[in-house]
Design a protein around this ligand. Structure first.
Ligand code: LLP
Length: 419
């Protein structure tokens, strides 16, 4: 978690008094710390001691152009899962030869666009996809660089919905079938085998699952090399966990880096890492205003102006996010309450049965650790706006995404000639 501190009663985040912004910018809004983003990237980069590696930022965790551009400037490549993410990566000046294209359902347009732009490689998840990529490559008189995503059958990840490496998950090809699919790939005229890939899940806070997955990748790499396939790239996926709550022990990035070296330094391969959450989660806060405090014998509700449409992790995954007031609490009595949004759903909550001290209507709260899978998972449910995003740096802030208000959203509808 990032360190928040109160100075003269006000919450400072990256040397900025957040309450001052909240008075100028319409709440709710996301706010990201540039120094934190840079520090996370550097800490991962410095922990890796391999001859040839690439950090391909998983754009899905936070796809704002400023965030991507910052990582691009620091030397990152990108892991993308749609044509939209590919366009975002290219627009932020990530070189095409540092882009890997993952995902279980690439459509023809996306395959064509990726081939046209000569990306580093496709992480392929089925024989059907391989054939379609090969066909399109032939049309473009190219050979498509590919890795097969292996499903190593390992249980890992913060919860069931973000675990991807078990046999019953939709992702990858069973490691038992790896040999057959590589044989098939090698016989397709439009395919050039480049590597192997795995991604076992997200918010993984223990090293063991990574260790198992790396071993599996090593084993498959040796087997494929023995059979005469050329494997130059090992993509180990993302998944590094972060600290969301006090007693949570996040992954030790130095140990993760050491593990990578131990497992792969003797192999003559480029290693790709696809971190998302690790780089962005704790760089962000979501600032929201208390609209109403509703008390009863049974339950108290603090109703804020952010909703589940702005930030869905608590209700979707039961995810814990610390919530702190921008004004330092002075009085000691605690209000036991649910913090909820205005959306017409019982699931519209950010915290349940939490204690807040000294809060009043019109006060502001910061929902912490919202830099990853926050803004990117938002929607306009209840015809609510797409909220703004700010970047802060050494005591200043800049708007990096304008709020998209309801009028613009409504204007996208077309009134049918039949009504
Ligand atoms: N590579 C691939 C192929 C992925 O599918 C993902 C995430 C990543 C890399 C990056 O994983 P990370 O380093 O961020 O753990 N919405 C969920 C998380 C879904 C993750 C999906 N895949 C959440 O809010 O927890």
């Amino acid at each position: 978690m990032i360190d928040y501190n109160y100075i003269e009663g006000n919450l400072f985040f990256d040397d900025l008094n957040i309450k001052n912004i909240a008075k100028e910018i319409e709440t709710p809004f996301y706010c990201y710390s540039l120094s934190y983003l840079k520090n996370q990237y550097s800490s991962l980069d410095n922990s890796i001691n391999l001859r040839d590696y690439e950090i391909c930022y998983a754009i899905k965790s936070n796809s704002n152009q400023s965030i991507i551009k910052n990582f691009a400037n620091m030397g990152a490549g990108a892991d993308v899962v749609s044509i939209g993410e590919m366009k975002r990566a290219l627009k932020a000046n990530i070189p095409p030869n540092k882009i890997v294209f993952s995902g279980v359902g690439k459509n023809p347009n996306e395959i064509k666009f990726a081939l046209n732009n000569d990306i580093l490689m496709f992480n392929v998840e089925s024989a059907s996809e391989l054939k379609k990529i090969s066909d399109e490559a032939l049309i473009q008189s190219k050979r498509a660089p590919i890795a097969i995503r292996i499903n190593p059958d390992i249980t890992a990840g913060g919860n069931e919905k973000i675990s991807t490496g078990k046999a019953q998950d939709k992702f990858g090809i069973s490691w038992k079938d790896a040999y057959e699919i590589y044989e098939y790939a090698s016989n397709l005229p439009g395919i050039e085998i480049k590597g192997v890939d795995a991604h076992i899940g997200s918010q993984i806070n223990r090293l063991e699952p990574f260790s198992h997955s790396f071993d599996k990748l090593k084993e498959i790499t040796s087997m494929l090399k023995d059979k005469g396939h050329k494997i130059d790239i090992i993509d180990v996926g993302g998944g590094l966990g972060v600290k969301y709550k006090e007693n949570e022990e996040p992954i030790d990035v130095k140990k993760y880096g050491k593990l990578l070296s131990e497992k792969f330094e003797d192999l003559d391969c480029k290693v790709i890492i696809e971190p998302g959450r690790f780089l962005t989660a704790n760089a962000g806060i979501l600032v929201t205003k208390i609209l109403h405090i509703k008390k009863s014998d049974i339950k108290n509700f603090v109703i804020v102006d952010a909703g589940m449409n702005d930030f869905i992790r608590p209700t979707l995954y039961n995810a814990h996010h610390n919530i702190i007031p921008l004004k330092e609490p002075k009085k000691l009595e605690n209000l036991k309450c649910d913090i909820v949004g205005p959306v017409c759903e019982t699931g519209d909550f950010f915290a349940k049965d939490m204690y807040l001290k000294d809060i009043n209507e019109d006060d502001f709260l910061a929902i912490c650790s919202t830099g990853a899978y926050g803004s990117v998972q938002s929607s306009n449910y209840n015809t609510r706006p797409t909220i703004g995003e700010l970047l802060i740096n050494k005591g200043e802030y800049e708007i990096i995404r304008k709020r998209i208000n309801e009028d613009i959203i409504i204007d996208k509808d077309i009134i049918s000639k039949w009504v």
